[in-house]
Design a protein around this ligand. Structure first.
Ligand code: GLU
Length: 487
């Protein structure tokens, strides 16, 4: 471990689109580890590839972390001692280091063109050799260099990888060893001087005094190259950050989770009515466990319990159904005020309400009856629409279900029974309807109440019937049942 008593973890995405499940799982583990240890979370944007990492995506990444409640101690918007935290604002730093590596002899100019590299790679493959840079420009003579220069070639900067191996202890995978035979000399900076990931990431981790690198397993193979950069920067092994590579997240088809097998952006979940605490709870279980079978955990518990020892090295499987179930649990656990706060934007967006105080009061009285029934917030507008719709009509595809003789009889009996009611609440309504339809007519509840449900809410999927009738009010309920009968 670096000889720094304070834990400093970083989340360092290259947002080339909205952040996805995999990125967020990494961010969450970084955050949980920093908070558990009382250390610092550094949020660094790796945007040296300006063509792909746009400002819009950077902003979206910032908003996503905020929405999830993953706060950072240094980084965009909050600043910090080791900034700037956007790599595109640190280009001078990288070129100074790349120059230093050249001066020290750790790096060299490589003049090979991409066509030449490709040609040689083909030969390597044909001869069953590991493909990779063959060291052609390692020790060019002055004359050769002059020749390349006068031919107008622009060199890249390449790091010299010594013979031997890199061994390091990964906190999750144990000892990891890379034979340098398979880690060829690698490019640090392009011909235009722009840095590559390996240079920028390693330089920043050192300069930002990062003590722990928790990140996805896909980056494991870049570690020996990063360690090579640390060496060239003059660090001793005791000063390197400690690595912990988080297990892959697989899709339902057992292939690495990607857009192809169902990975969607965090914004998709947000728009589809998932709560941040549900997403964090579920993602926390992708590769980590609190130690027992407990699956419902709060952010506070996560912080208390999160240790790297409890991170598994085997791949985790992303199960959208489980995420749904957790989301339902978290919705049920909301206080009414919180639930209202989450529900309103969905109702307003779907134009069910405009947001007047009267409407909000109705929503507030209706929410408790649907809280048990929904899995996502996005279901709320369709569930509560019947309370607000101006010109109520039964959906055309539901209409045939109330036209048959049996349904018509249900509606007529129901109407006759509820019209004289002087107390209009769900208990009194339920009492008269049950005795008339179930006890006297001998109907099965599902059949008896389905016609009524469709007639008053417009759909066979609705909040509980008697509560719905209560909320709708006597006058409107009766008018709707009557309209159902004349159909
Ligand atoms: N910027 C890299 C990426 O998004 C990750 C850097 C790291 O964690 O080392 O893939």
């Amino acid at each position: 471990m670096a000889n720094n008593s304070e834990v400093r973890v970083r989340f360092a995405p290259s947002p080339t689109g909205d952040l996805h499940v995999g990125n967020i799982r990494t961010a969450l583990f970084d955050w949980a580890y920093a908070r558990h240890t009382g250390g610092k979370l550094i949020f660094r944007i790796e945007d040296t590839d300006k063509e792909r990492v746009t400002d819009e995506y950077i902003q979206a990444a910032i908003q996503s972390l905020k929405w999830l409640g993953l706060d950072w101690d240094e980084g965009p918007e909050v600043g910090g001692e080791y900034g700037p935290y956007l790599q595109s604002e640190r280009l001078d730093i990288y070129s100074q280091w790349s120059q230093k590596f050249l001066d020290q002899g750790d790096a060299y100019y490589c003049y090979c063109s991409s066509e030449e590299l490709e040609e040689r790679r083909q030969v390597q493959m044909k001869n069953n050799k590991a493909p990779g840079y063959d060291g052609k420009c390692r020790d060019l003579s002055d004359a050769q260099i002059e020749q390349y220069k006068s031919a107008g070639r622009k060199p890249v900067v390449r790091m010299r990888m010594p013979n031997g191996e890199t061994i390091f202890t990964d906190l999750i995978r144990g000892e990891v060893k890379f034979e340098h035979e398979f880690v060829p000399d690698f490019v640090l900076a392009r011909a235009d001087g722009s840095p590559l990931y390996t240079l920028a990431v390693a330089v920043d981790d050192v300069l930002m005094k990062i003590t722990h690198v928790l990140r996805g397993e896909d980056l494991l193979s870049s570690t020996p190259r990063q360690i090579r950069v640390y060496q060239a920067m003059g660090l001793t092994p005791a000063q390197y950050p400690v690595f912990a590579h988080l297990p892959f997240v697989m899709g339902q088809d057992n292939a690495k989770l990607s857009k192809r097998n169902g990975e969607v952006s965090i914004n998709w979940y947000r728009e589809h009515g998932y709560l941040p605490e549900a997403i964090c709870n579920y993602l926390a279980l992708l590769g980590w466990s609190p130690g027992d079978d407990k699956e419902n955990i709060s952010m506070t518990e996560l912080v208390q319990l999160f240790t790297i020892e409890r991170v598994n090295s085997s791949p985790a499987r992303f199960d959208p159904k489980k995420l749904e179930a957790i989301n339902g649990d978290k919705i049920r656990a909301l206080t009414l005020d919180k639930f209202l706060e989450w529900a309103l934007p969905f109702l307003i967006k779907e134009k069910v309400i405009t947001g007047t105080p009267e409407e909000i009061a109705i929503v507030k009285s209706a929410l408790p009856i649907i809280q048990e029934r929904i899995i996502t917030l996005a279901e709320i507008p369709a569930m509560l629409n019947f309370l607000f719709v101006k010109d109520f009509v039964v959906a055309p595809d539901e209409l045939p279900k109330i036209k048959d003789e049996g349904s018509q009889q249900v509606l007529m009996v129901a109407l006759a029974k509820i019209e004289p009611l002087s107390t209009w609440n769900h208990t009194s309504i339920e009492e008269v309807l049950r005795s008339a339809l179930i006890d006297e007519l001998g109907l099965k509840p599902r059949i008896a109440f389905s016609a009524l449900r469709i007639a008053v809410t417009g759909s066979h999927i609705s909040p509980p019937l008697f509560e719905s009738l209560e909320l709708l009010g006597k006058e409107r309920s009766i008018a709707r049942i009557r309209a159902g009968i004349s159909k």
